[in-house]
Each structure stands twice: as structure tokens, then as C-alpha cells.
Design a protein around this ligand. Structure first.
Ligand code: SAM
Length: 341
């Protein structure tokens, strides 16, 4: 096949995906979630008639939905009836068997907003509809924070893997984890670096959740949640500052401001670590981030931005850091640098 034709075929496949794939997958996933199929099949396979009774569905129609779900890899037909695939079992069953790697909270969140917001983006652009989150952001109550921290922790598995592999925290005694979530990242780092103690910065509504999570992991003595406003307040004096999945949506200007705060808190020789999901790979748009960015279409004020992540080198240098390095893996990137002694 001539090159031009190969390109045409690739473009045609992409166009097909845009029209059919996204719509079919979203529709099937929404139906599966609305019918609680993941919950009903979590304990094991069920025959069609039993499943149809449980979902109050018409067996023939349910079967066609299941066939479609089978085609996209979420269920399969077994001798005992319809069953979840490993993918569906791992990522969509609630409660998750691994809270650091599940799509269940995100799927709920997306499906809830689909009809009310995402499918009405033209109205949003025309100014006839604004984005209003189902739960206030920034979170105000414990329940608000629980909602968001459950979402944030649901895909922290791979960033933790990258940090455990590449973070230079040997000899670091006091790490400030700025916007540290529920404490899963801090806990994983403490388990790897026995000398590490962490001040975990978060909002007032989240600190009890952090306390409970680190207590459950036996780390109450080493991870202390502190109520500090990431954007306004000074950070505690320390020998390392981590921004894990905080800066990726921010403009270079806002990142510079946060790096300056870290610089001021660090003792000479102290380290800064910035871990982000990759959002600037032109071959692989980051749909997770794009789903949030689309929310910004419907708000008058937003800090969400698309900056090249290579900008961190210049930002860190301009703030005064040296020994700038970066590592990438698992769809994430980790920048590190040192405050000169
Ligand atoms: C995207 S999450 C990242 C969580 C964690 N670092 C991780 O990688 O999983 C952002 C975190 O920053 C916290 N946060 C948001 N605004 C904040 C503020 N103004 N001051 C302190 N923490 C804030 C949120 O409550 C949440 O825990």
C-alpha cells in the first residue's frame, strides 16, 4: 500500500473511533453502571434470566447489552452464565480490591455529569449552561473531601511506582508533601525510606481522613497532616518538598510561585520533587485531564492550562534550583532538583 493510502487508512480508523468507539464505550459503560451489572456479577457468574430479574430487565435486551459489553472486554459468557472479565473485576467493582487502581469512582463521577454537562457542551459554549460540580470544590466538609480523596487515590498506583523507583530521598528527614491527598503517597515513601517523616499539607476538611488513613497503616508518628493553604501560606522548614499531581494543570506562572514557596522552606541542599501525569504527549491526548479541562469551559475562572512539561527545567532554574533531573514512566513524569548549598 502506498504511504499516502496507509495514512488515509490510519486517519479513517481514527475518524471511526471518534464517531463509534467513544459513543459505544460510553453508552455501554453507563448502562452497565446504571444497571449495577458490576456489583451484581462481582460475586461470580449469573445466568441471563437471574441477572435479568435482578436488573428488572427484559432478558433478550439485556443479552444484547451483554454481548456488546463482551465485545468491548468487560464481560464474557461462561458455562455458569455471564461473568466479569479481569479488567472489569479490577477496575469497576465497588468496593475496589485495590483503592489505588480502580476506575469505579471516576466512572460514577463521569456518568453523573454526562447528561447534565458533557453532552451539552455547545450550550456551555453559548453561555447557556455553567459547570457546577456535584460536590463543591474546593471541598468544605469531611464528606466533600472523602469524595475527592477517594477519586484522587483511585489512580495513584503508577505515580507511586514511579516515585518509589526514582525519588532521591535517601538521607531526607523531613518531607513536606504539598497537597498530599489522603496520605497514600506519603505512606508508600515512608515504607521505602525508613528515616522519612512527613508534614502533609491539606485542607481542614481532609485532615481527619489523612489521620485515619495513616493510623491504619501504622504511620501516625511519621506522617502528620497540617492545615496550610498551599497557595497562600508558608511551608514548614524541611529538607524536601513534594508536589505530587498538583502542578500539571497549572500555568508556568503559578508553578513558579509554588516552587518559590518550596525554595523558601527548604534548607540548603534540600530537594524539590514534582510528579505529574503526562499531559503534553501530542500522540496520546490525556483524556483524564481533558475531562477536567472541559469542565473549565463552563466556568468563568479557571487555573487549568496546557503547558509543556519540559517547562519545569526552566522554572526550577529560574527559581534558583540546580541539579535538575527528570524521569518518566507509567505515563507520569518526575522532576527533581536541589537547592544549592
Ligand atoms: C489532585 S490531589 C493530589 C493528591 C496527592 N498529592 C496525590 O498525588 O494523590 C490535590 C490535593 O491538594 C489538596 N488541596 C487542594 N487545594 C488545597 C489548598 N489550597 N491547600 C492545601 N491543600 C489543597 C486537595 O485536598 C487534595 O488532597
Amino acid at each position: 500500500m502506498a504511504i499516502a493510502e496507509q495514512e488515509l487508512l490510519a486517519a479513517s480508523r481514527r475518524a471511526y473511533d471518534l464517531v463509534f468507539k467513544s459513543m459505544v464505550e460510553t453508552a455501554c459503560l453507563k448502562a452497565a453502571r446504571d444497571l449495577n451489572l458490576f456489583g451484581l456479577l462481582a460475586a461470580g457468574p449469573l445466568p441471563l434470566d437471574v441477572l435479568a430479574t435482578r436488573v428488572e430487565g427484559v432478558p433478550l435486551r439485556l443479552e444484547r447489552l451483554l454481548v456488546s459489553l463482551g465485545q468491548i472486554g468487560l464481560v464474557l459468557r461462561t458455562e455458569q452464565g455471564w461473568a466479569l472479565t479481569e479488567l472489569a473485576r479490577h477496575f469497576f467493582v465497588v468496593p475496589a480490591n485495590d483503592p489505588s487502581l480502580t476506575m469505579a469512582p471516576f466512572a460514577d463521577y463521569m456518568v453523573d455529569q454526562l447528561e447534565s454537562y458533557y453532552l451539552r457542551l455547545a450550550d456551555v459554549v453559548r453561555g447557556n449552561l455553567d459547570f457546577t460540580g456535584v460536590v463543591p470544590y474546593p471541598p468544605r466538609s469531611r464528606a466533600d473531601s472523602l469524595f475527592y480523596e477517594t477519586i484522587h487515590r483511585s489512580n495513584v498506583y503508577f505515580p507511586i511506582k514511579l516515585m518509589r523507583k526514582h525519588a532521591h530521598l535517601e538521607g531526607v528527614k523531613h518531607l513536606v508533601d504539598a497537597g498530599g491527598g489522603i496520605g497514600d503517597v506519603a505512606a508508600a515513601l515512608c515504607k521505602q525510606f525508613p528515616d522519612l517523616h512527613v508534614s502533609l499539607i491539606n485542607l481542614p476538611s481532609a485532615v481527619d481522613l489523612v489521620r485515619e488513613n495513616v493510623a491504619a497503616q501504622g504511620l501516625s508518628e511519621r506522617i502528620i497532616p497540617v492545615v496550610i493553604d498551599l497557595y497562600r501560606d508558608e511551608y514548614p522548614a524541611c529538607d524536601a518538598v513534594l508536589f505530587s499531581r498538583i502542578m500539571y494543570p497549572m500555568s508556568a506562572q503559578l508553578c513558579t510561585m509554588l516552587c518559590q514557596r518550596a525554595f523558601a522552606a527548604l534548607e540548603p541542599g534540600g530537594r524539590i520533587l514534582i510528579c505529574d501525569m503526562i499531559i503534553d504527549d501530542s500522540q496520546h491526548p490525556n483524556y483524564d485531564y481533558l475531562s477536567h479541562y472541559l469542565c473549565a469551559v463552563g466556568t468563568d475562572f479557571s487555573v487549568l492550562d496546557f503547558k509543556p512539561q519540559s517547562a519545569y527545567s526552566g522554572i526550577l532554574q529560574a527559581v534558583g534550583f540546580s541539579q535538575i533531573s527528570h524521569a518518566a514512566g507509567y505515563d507520569h513524569v518526575l522532576f527533581q532538583a536541589v537547592k544549592p548549598a
